[in-house]
Design a protein around this ligand. Sequence first.
Ligand code: G1P
Length: 295
Amino acid sequence: MGKVRKAIIPAAGMGTRFLPATKAMPKEMLPIVDRPTIEYVVQEAIESGIEDIIIVTGKGKRAIEDHFDTNFELEENLIKKGKFDLLEKINKSANVEIHYIRQKEAKGLGHAVWCARKFIGHEPFAVLLGDDIVQGEQPCLKQLMQQYEETESSIIGVQRVGDDETQRYGIIDPMANEGRRYQVRHFVEKPERGTAPSNLAIMGRYVLTPEIFDFLGKHEKGAGGEIQLTDAIQKLNELQHVFAYEFEGKRYDVGEKLGFLKTTVEFALNNEEIGEDVLEMLKELIFKNEEVRDN
Ligand code: G1P
């Protein structure tokens, strides 16, 4: 069916979990140390070999477009000041074409993906969700794209979560597996606590065949009254194989406060410029905290 060349990044969500920070700023622009979260995701797509990206935006998301656009004044200013290291940092996504489309109503993830159907046309494509950042030796999406080349079937990235977390994710009901790749009986979106068929959760990375749009186009509502991507994947699975792949790499949940903070601390500790100082700062904070507790 051909190569996976295009990717959709849905970024239309309202970011209510981060209010009031996201009242006037897209949640995708919240920085992890010094890079907005969406840049990590765009970077993963580029490193996986994606040539064209479409970001599905919505109301109040202009800052995302500005971020990936050229800023001549800023660039000239940095050149004049000889700050070439910073210049390099702001041009990180120059090797990829980024397009935008607006989702006019917040009808759910499935609907956001459907909004990009004309850009995709009739070829396989990737979806990357901005709430998940994955770091590892091989980009997560690249692993899925390699699986796609072997199977010519849709592949969904999964990882294991605890029993108390399954209700927050799309969960697979696995059948036979070949190494990390699973055949799947069912894909269920946010199963009620205690009813999940496994602990293998969908982690925001997908390679899909274009037939998915036939199901998304039906606009059927699922969990939370929204048009769910997972439901369309399940319908697709009844028509053609959809595999799940337990990818390698560490996944960071930047879609909720504590996960965002943990990611920030870990990335700051690994940062060349400030890592050591951050470690000292943390040690001091812990020391002071213990002192207060002991008194
Ligand atoms: C979405 C998907 C869900 C997936 C999750 C991963 O849910 O619908 O299947 O497990 O992303 O982050 P959301 O977190 O947007 O509610």
